[in-house]
Design a protein around this ligand. Sequence first.
Ligand code: HPA
Length: 270
Amino acid sequence: MTTLSEKIKETAAFLQEKGMTAPAFGLILGSGLGELADEIENAISLDYADIPNWGRSTVVGHAGKLVYGDLAGRKVLALQGRFHFYEGNPMEVVTFPVRVMKALGAAGVIVTNAAGGIGYGPGTLMAISDHINMTGQNPLIGANLDEFGPRFPDMSDAYTKAYREKAHAVAEKLGIDLQEGVYLGVTGPTYETPAEIRAFQTLGASAVGMSTVPEVIVAAHSGLKVLGISAITNFAAGFQSELNHAEVVEVTERIKENFKGFVKAVLTEL
Ligand code: HPA
């Protein structure tokens, strides 16, 4: 049986052969935010289906392409469409791209998502300061990959403070209203009940979503720096009368220009 470690090496070597060498940053682009990858210059692009050991994207609004090239003067490797646990992907598949980004030499990742706001309303951009893992899962369960990091990784600065400070400075310069808060990760695919949201509010969450936590745990394990940005697409359950995916798509559509400009400007500063 091929071990996870061997799969990571195999995929990294495959991507290097395709010219995807030494990205400085990984970009994980959430629901509706994948368009940023279309702005990558000198792009090399691969369909997920053509990459060995790679997952498949099944959500509407996620293109399913890996794009490498220059963005804002930086070499980036962008996931246009991520893998969610609720799609039935094992955690190993959800987090595999982060492993490969590290193996290719990336120093940091920018992780973005659409999220429900607890306090914050639709259209808000939120820098993630920390997370609460309510998925009941941990992607590091199983044999530890010693060559990546320790058995018991420290999560104290998983969302790198220095990156966040730079993000705030850029937002101020661009006149973008960037909030900050704790992201609480669930598995989905149901939206939360109003009672769950009241509980999460008590726990200190400012946003809730169905991604990001697994990828950031794996990034922290291997010492990758992280900037996490949530695009708040709706008030979380109980704060508005009903929730639906169409609203999430519509609000992301509305804020994506702002979002793209912001992420590019941040990239130049990291
Ligand atoms: N809950 C969970 N995930 C989400 C939400 C939400 O309200 N909005 C966008 N993604």
